[in-house]
Design a protein around this ligand. Structure first.
Ligand SMILES: N[C@@H](CCC(=O)N[C@@H](CS)C(=O)NCC(=O)O)C(=O)O
Length: 263
């Protein structure tokens, strides 16, 4: 049985797990769903509430991992050093940064990007790519209800988007400071889980061209949002995040079967 990754395809925490698995050259099938509809598959797989959830095919699905950080730890155990530095101090630093990005940057970029894009029905085709057909249809029929639910659940409103913008600025400023001495990676001399997590979780506001799920075109955003994205992309942290995508995520290392695409 193949290893399965239950996802919301455009979720940046899912991209974090997907990138880590591909970097470790571990094959998997992606089982893609829309937000809210994902609960069913997550529960059925043995997860909690959120995606990504990995179901290990090597032991007939007995091992279920329901958190992106733990999925990357599982992947690194199989390819030691591919994601986590082997030096204990560097490893601790990388894990601390990963946790910081998971806690602060990830929720902020998600809220800011949702705030910009949720009102746009013309984004639905992009967001529903690869999910089962019945979910696309269900979204069409229940859109106002589903969007209202997501907005309330994630506090997506003008004040929340502004708080998130400030939080993204804060993280970008801290990263710029850290990169100020000319280093190419956040920890040590090599790409690690810290770089991967920053780039994946910043992707919704950097729109990297080599992102594996198609990102919305810049023109789809309001003028104000376009100016903000352009400024983030040109900032030292933004340039670094885009460089991580360019240099370390330019092609797929495994074939990903999106099961939803054929369902
Ligand atoms: N700590 C989790 C967070 C994952 C997460 O927030 N996933 C979101 C998608 S980006 C989710 O599943 N949201 C559905 C929900 O919270 O109900 C991880 O790193 O895996």
């Amino acid at each position: 049985m193949p290893t399965r990754l239950v996802t919301i395809p455009f979720s940046h925490f899912c991209e974090k797990a997907r990138w880590g698995l591909e970097r470790c050259d571990l094959p998997f099938e992606e089982d893609a769903h829309l937000p809210l509809f994902s609960y069913l598959s997550v529960r059925r797989a043995g997860g909690g509430r959120t995606v990504p959830v990995l179901v290990d095919g090597q032991d007939d699905g007995k091992t279920v991992i329901a958190d992106s950080t733990e999925i990357l730890g599982w992947a690194d155990d199989r390819r030691p050093g591919a994601l986590l530095p082997t030096d204990p101090r560097d490893r601790a630093d990388a894990l601390m940064l990963e946790d910081d990005f998971d806690t602060h940057l990830g929720p902020a970029t998600r809220r800011w990007a949702y705030f910009q894009l949720l009102p746009r029905r013309d984004m639905d085709d992009l967001l529903t790519r690869d999910v089962p057909r019945w979910q696309k249809l269900a979204l069409k029929l229940t859109r106002p209800l589903a969007v209202g639910f997501i907005k309330r659940g994630l506090k997506i409103d003008t004040a929340g988007a502004e708080r998130s913008r400030v939080r993204i600025d804060d993280t970008f400023a801290r990263i710029a400071q850290q990169l100020g001495d000319g280093r190419r990676y956040l920890v040590g001399e090599r790409f690690s889980v810290a770089d991967l997590t920053f780039a994946a979780l910043a992707a919704p506001v950097l729109l990297p061209p080599s992102h594996p799920t198609e990102m919305p075109a810049l023109e789809k955003f309001s003028e104000e949002a376009r100016a903000q994205i352009t400024a983030w992309r040109a900032s030292p942290a933004g340039e670094y995040g885009l460089r991580m995508y360019r240099d370390h995520r330019d092609e797929r290392m495994t074939v990903v079967v999106r099961r939803g695409a054929t369902a």
